[in-house]
Design a protein around this ligand. Sequence first.
Ligand code: PMV
Length: 345
Amino acid sequence: MTTATAVAHPNIALVKYWGKADAHLALPATGSVSMGLDVFPTTTTVTVDGGAADDQEALGPRGPVPDRRAAAGRPRPWGDAFTLNGHVAEDGALVRVTQFLDLVRELAGSSARASVVSENSVPTGAGLASSASGFAALATAAAAAYGLDLAERDLSRLARRGSGSATRSIPGGVAVWHAGDDQGSYAEPIPAPPMAMVVVTIDAGPKPIGSREAMRRTIATSPFYPAWVTSTTETVGEMLTACAAGDFTRIGELTESNALRMHATIEGAFPPIRYLNSRSVAVFDAVAELRAAGVEAYATADAGPNVVVLTKPEDRGTVAAALAGFGDVIESGTGPGAHLVRSED
Ligand code: PMV
């Protein structure tokens, strides 16, 4: 039995990933750039504890069979097990974890099943996607538990197959995720000036539509999608230049502009998808007012109504205080990459 535990943090894109060029390999249509957070870690332990013979007996060929008996705490000779925040996961969540572990098993030449125990510290409904930290922690722990010694680049490629944004949580810090083929599409750290973020949770409810389906619909129906791909490809280049120059103002301007372009593209889908609500827009307005008052702050938002504000480390307290009336406000600095905290045979 081999066990490994890893920790990973979420990241927020400064230049967004929205749309795949290849759904099976999870290759993005464009590059993207992000800042890793130092709050809301996910801690995941993978224990390889299932024999191949058991699998064959109970499962037939490799398919995950979520069995209600798993929830009742019975032994699980039929496959992987996944516990998230103390609850035994079934159906969709278990299938996604099992499919991801299948990729790891393929790389490791193993058919042994595993149990996965994950603690996600994002407060319920904080509005931050947990898939980035979740799959970055799972990739790191599973690779070690199955005996793979992967370079950071290959770990990042592996995490990509679980969730696109997880690719960027492997290096942490400020990172670029390259578009490309399976070999070339990974994330790596880039030099950047000191930055901080303020997460403004204005709505803790579930999203009306998940990012996978929303991306598919955007690509299929939004007339703005081709322009999104062209302009974002340019913006990635501009963002890399701004980061290398340490030009915080330019980084902020590009960040806010790219977020609004992504939302405009998504709103152009049919039927339309609108993630930002009137209160999200009010936060964007408040951030513009902060700028007018001389505080450098720039707003962005992912596939939901919550707003994240990019600012300088010395201004994060001021920004958090100014936005406290809009919802729960949490400050973050630039966080570390995914890392192993324990590994034993
Ligand atoms: O990682 P996914 O497949 O949930 O997609 C993330 C999409 C955005 O968060 C909206 C943008 C990004 O680059 O993180």
